[in-house]
Design a protein around this ligand. Structure first.
Ligand code: SF4
Length: 99
């Protein structure tokens, strides 16, 4: 569970062991998860990949804890859908919303 103090939304979910692609529920919720969290943790490879895709809200960390800030909505969310679905980070691929 995570709590976004600014939006006041509360989301529940778990990280699956393997990616969950094409979850039909994602087409109906409008990307609530992509607005309900502060950030998405990234590996270095994901950081570079998203930078190449034009990400502007990347946070680099010398400790290796890179992230994509999604507070108030991920920059890749458009009309309730992920515009980089095939290239989204692993955490996005494995997150299963249990709300
Ligand atoms: S990268 Fe895609 S799936 Fe991940 S938070 Fe952003 S819009 Fe959502």
């Amino acid at each position: 569970m995570s709590w976004n103090r600014r939006s006041g939304t509360k989301k529940h979910g778990i990280l699956l062991d393997s990616p969950l692609d094409d979850d039909g529920r994602c087409r109906e919720c409008g990307g609530a998860c992509c607005r309900a969290f502060i950030s998405v943790p990234l590996t270095w490879d994901e950081y570079v990949r998203l930078e190449g895709l034009g990400a502007t809200r990347l946070q680099f960390s010398l400790t290796g804890h890179h992230s994509l800030v999604i507070e108030n909505g991920c920059e890749f969310l458009s009309h309730g859908r992920c515009t980089i679905y095939a290239h989204r980070p692993d955490v996005c691929r494995r997150f299963f919303c249990s709300d």
